[in-house]
Ligand binder design. Structure first.
Ligand code: SAH
Length: 338
């Protein structure tokens, strides 16, 4: 609920306007998940609030932690749907990887999220609550530094709700979490990338490319749009927002990992100022694909680097906790229906 809306409701109960601010500060900044924790509210108000609305609409039902400082939260939404949020700790950074849909309609061949299609879009508050859940699980002095919208779902198919969620996180009186610390990853929907360039937020954009040409890309992403259209849209995004675009490339052994693919990718991207993020595939049960060995990944990277492209080779993290998009939810659902 927005501050104005809450203020209005509370006024109907005869409460002063500052109460709404107090409640939202508890939720957004002080990690409260119950009214009982809001000790500066009168007891009677806390009780009245409890009978009226739940403070949060989702609940963390499982927390798993992998040895490499990656942990995953499984959240149950009000209608029983399950979503995943990952916490990645690296150096001074603590990054939340959040979901935007329950499942995903895109169906990339290597990804667990799309295996069962999509159930629904997440509401703005369900997106924000993932960030709040991560912050609650981190120590006071080490709260979140970054958010990546790289969990389950295609963010640009739920763009309005995502943007509202980011504006809420942005709001200085609530969290004050800057858009420059948020990265949105998309499978590449040209029209929507252009629209995102016009919302006035300085979001970082990452595009999942995964192939140097349209023929191969269509085999990996059945609904893929033409690469030329995507690049035209990312060029506009970069010009309008001043933010550099990242291209993600999941390395799949025997599919898109040959040295020729690397050379072709370098040509496809041409002289663009961008970062290429190579991601060796995280294994997914039931998916017959795997990552190339380390030497093949490094060779792929060196070809791009020699062609002048800034390239990172991502370390895979969290394999012991099913941390690839959609994996934990699938396992949990499997065990519930078994
Ligand atoms: N739909 C959006 C965001 C979610 S996926 C998109 O396609 O970008 C976020 C990133 O995780 C994408 O680059 C995707 O390719 C990658 N990813 C998904 N499953 C993976 C897996 N099993 N191993 C490695 N990367 C994976």
């Amino acid at each position: 609920m927005k501050q104005e809306e809450l203020t209005k409701k509370l006024a109907e109960w005869g409460e002063p306007p500052y109460r709404a601010r107090q409640i939202l500060t508890w939720i957004y900044q002080r990690g409260a998940s119950t009214y009982q924790e809001m000790t500066d509210l009168p007891e009677s108000l806390r009780e009245q609030l409890s009978t009226e609305w739940a403070p949060l609409s989702s609940e963390v039902i499982e927390k798993s932690r992998s040895s490499d400082e990656t942990s995953k939260l499984l959240l149950r939404l009000h209608d029983g749907e399950l979503i995943e949020t990952v916490i990645i700790r690296e150096g001074d950074r603590r990054t939340a990887c959040i979901s935007t849909q329950v499942g995903c309609p895109v169906a990339c061949i290597f990804c667990a999220s799309g295996l069962d299609g999509v159930s629904r879009n997440l509401k703005p508050h369900e997106i924000v609550e993932q960030v709040l859940a991560v912050n609650r699980s981190l120590p006071k002095e080490n709260k979140l530094t970054n958010v990546v919208v790289m969990g389950s779902g295609e963010p640009l198919l739920n763009a309005d709700n995502l943007i509202e969620a980011i504006r809420n996180m942005n709001e200085p009186s609530l969290m004050g979490f800057g858009a420059r610390r948020v990265t949105v990853s998309t499978v590449g929907l040209p029209d929507r990338i252009r629209r995102l360039a016009d919302v006035g937020l300085q979001l970082n954009l990452a595009v999942s490319l995964h192939a140097p040409n349209d023929t191969l890309r269509k085999k990996i992403i059945p609904t893929a749009r033409p690469i030329a259209d995507i690049l035209a849209a990312t060029d506009v995004y970069q010009t309008k927002t001043g933010r550099e675009v990242t291209f993600e490339y999941v390395l799949l052994k025997g599919v898109n990992d040959a040295p020729e693919h690397a050379s072709e990718l370098a040509r496809t991207l041409g002289r663009r100022q961008c970062l290429i993020n190579l991601i060796p595939q995280n294994p997914v049960p039931g998916v017959d694909l795997c990552a190339p060995d380390r030497a093949a990944c490094e060779l792929f990277q060196s070809i791009l680097q020699n062609a002048g492209h800034r390239t990172t080779l991502r370390k895979t993290k969290g394999q012991s906790i099913d941390a690839a998009c959609g994996q934990l939810r699938r396992r949990k659902q499997g065990s519930q229906s078994a």
